[in-house]
Design a protein around this ligand. Structure first.
Ligand SMILES: [Cu+2]
Length: 286
């Protein structure tokens, strides 16, 4: 089925989404820019030539994703969900079938077999990581969580043609001081000092990135011009967004269906000069 079409009408749909110009043949390893361990992005790309759009629309899409620890007959099992504050810890988890066996085979989506998103309950502390698969099929990644409290872990993957996102909680020791969501704003500054402007035209979210007053053209990140995760305040559901059809060159654009009232935190990631940067916006729907 055509996933984006079927999804119309569902406001709270989970998706890791890529937008903007999908520049072919990006030679830069997208992992270089963040703390994720570098691994063979090129090898994965070569065995799976699909564009982000094909990958996104290929599998069955659930109306709501990212709210359950088990779905599609598989379960997310974290070895140790307790982490110490401010320490770099090795986080290991696996995807198990209904008989408890660890799943080994995953399909490449957006150039990776596994995407991991971590965000604190108050939607601070966003991280997007790419774990390495161990010989037994489990996944490991170094993660450092600076603030105490509860974090949501989203494992996003595709197997048997089914795009699936499972989620569970991580706990970091200490008394949590949860902060209110920042007020909605049309502009924000990324890590690394890029100024980002958000414009919403109907269902389209358009981000223009600049530095020192000059518009920046992003480099390919995971095979696309940018990456957007939208999390809903309250239940941390993902909001469905997908890459815009058009590309006007200077902006990274996504289509979305912001239908239910509420507030969402948008996390845009983009690559420039070999580094991945993250910027966050609060979007309110009345
Ligand atoms: Cu990813």
């Amino acid at each position: 089925m055509n996933a984006p079409t079927k999804l119309a009408g569902f406001a709270a749909v989970l998706g890791l989404v890529f937008g903007g110009a999908a520049l072919a043949g990006g030679a830069i390893d997208p992992d270089r820019g963040d703390d994720a361990p570098a691994h063979s992005a090129q090898a994965e790309k070569s065995e799976h030539g699909g564009t982000p759009k094909e990958a996104h629309g290929g599998g069955e899409q659930q109306p709501v994703r990212g709210l359950a620890v088990a779905d599609h007959g598989v379960r997310l099992v974290v070895d140790d969900a307790e982490l110490r504050r401010g320490r770099t810890e090795r986080l290991t988890y696996r995807i198990a079938d209904d008989r408890g066996r660890t799943i080994q085979d995953f399909e490449v989506e957006h150039t990776k077999r596994m995407h991991l998103i971590v965000a604190r309950r108050d939607l601070s502390g966003f991280q997007h990581l790419h774990p390495e698969q161990n010989d037994d099929g489990s996944w490991s990644v170094d993660v450092r969580l600076g603030d105490p409290g509860s974090y949501r872990l989203f494992a996003d993957f595709k197997r048997d043609g089914k795009a699936t996102t499972l989620a569970t909680d991580l706990r970091v020791d200490g008394a949590a001081d949860l902060r209110p969501l920042p007020a909605p704003s049309r502009t924000a500054t990324s890590d690394g000092g890029y100024d980002v402007a958000l414009e919403r035209r109907g269902n389209e979210l358009e981000f223009t990135i600049s530095r020192d007053g000059k518009t920046v053209r992003t480099e390919p990140y995971l095979g696309a011009g940018g990456h957007l995760v939208a999390l809903r305040e309250g239940d941390l559901a993902f909001l469905h967004v997908h890459p815009s059809e058009h590309d006007d060159g200077d902006a990274v654009a996504f289509e979305t269906e912001l239908e239910t009232a509420g507030r969402y935190r948008l996390f845009l990631q983009f690559q420039h000069e070999g580094r991945v940067h993250t910027v966050a916006f609060t979007e309110e729907v009345r």
